[in-house]
Ligand binder design. Structure first.
Ligand SMILES: [Zn+2]
Length: 303
């Protein structure tokens, strides 16, 4: 009898411990990966966007509403990255804990020095970067700011585990600092070198490593390439001696191949989301390693 009673108490305690875990939803896979580093076993994490999905256009499934309805915390990129799909989901989830402004709503762009912020907001020309460039997490310096925002947010919602979140933050920051020295060294021989991107999602990466990523296959962020625009890009590549084109998994590789065939450039597949390409599943640092090595290797080949 006593044994059974102890078992029941044990089960109740286990159940309440499980229930005590903070239920966290991250919008995209990069945020999910960093949230996992900080939250560890103290949180129950789900991530909405797939690592192979365009973060501007995540396919919003009904199951997302259920997840958001049950969440204690939502982790978003902000800077309008998810404006096309997240606000509608939050409205439907009807969860006051995670609405914008509530303690359970962590906007990771807080404190990030955003690039390309327009003087006046103008969406009339179809630009999906109307509030500044939202692809800031790919720069490790910004990933540290993101990790701090997440640690602060998790600690505020789960004070009993605050020390763990802070310790995990410190571990992540130290790992980034160590790797950043190595990553910067890899790009040192290519300072000021022009690289072409399909979508303007690499300005923070360029700034971090002293590259120039300012020629784009899209005429404007979110606007598909046109033959006239691509002809201009080809001309620009010749002028800038650009011989590397980087493409994210969810963009049209064929367009990049066409431009490459006219310029002799090399097309390099890269990702901003852990798991977006084979060999990047291990998390943020493994992904950054992959991108740095792939781009630096392509730059090293002279054409
Ligand atoms: Zn974008």
């Amino acid at each position: 009898m006593k044994k059974i009673l102890l078992m029941v108490i044990g089960m109740v305690l286990t159940a309440s411990a499980a229930k005590a875990k903070l239920n966290v939803v991250a919008t995209t896979a990069d945020l999910g990966a960093i949230t996992k580093e900080i939250g560890g076993d103290n949180i129950e994490l789900s991530t909405l966007g797939k690592p192979t999905e365009d973060p501007h256009f995540v396919d919003a499934k009904p199951s997302f509403i259920v997840k958001l309805n049950h969440a204690d915390v939502v982790v978003e990129g902000g800077a309008e990255l998810e404006i096309g799909w997240l606000p509608a989901l939050l409205d439907q989830a009807r969860n006051s804990k995670i609405m914008s402004g509530a303690p359970g709503h962590i906007s990771c762009a807080t404190g990030v020095p955003l690039l390309d912020v327009p003087a006046t907001l103008d969406r009339s020309r179809g630009d999906i970067h109307a509030a500044g460039n939202p692809h800031y997490i790919i720069a490790p310096s910004n990933a540290k700011i993101v990790a701090k925002n997440i640690a602060d947010g998790l600690a505020a919602n789960d004070p009993k585990s605050a020390d763990t979140y802070r310790a995990n933050l410190k571990k992540f920051e130290d790992a980034i600092d160590t790797k950043l020295v190595e990553w910067r060294k890899k790009f040192a021989p290519f300072e000021g070198q022009s690289v072409v991107a399909y979508h303007d999602s690499w300005p923070y990466f360029a700034k971090e490593y002293g590259l120039k990523i300012d020629l784009f296959l899209e005429p404007k962020p979110g606007i598909p390439p046109t033959p006239a625009h691509l002809a201009e890009v080809i001309l620009g590549m010749k002028q800038a001696n650009a011989h590397v084109i980087i493409v994210d998994p969810y963009l049209n590789r064929k367009t990049a191949d066409t431009v490459a065939s006219h310029t002799g450039a090399k097309v390099v597949e890269v990702t901003q989301f852990p798991g977006g390409l084979k060999g990047t599943e291990g998390g943020y640092i493994e992904m950054e390693d992959y991108d740095v090595n792939a781009i630096a290797a392509a730059l090293a080949v002279k054409n």
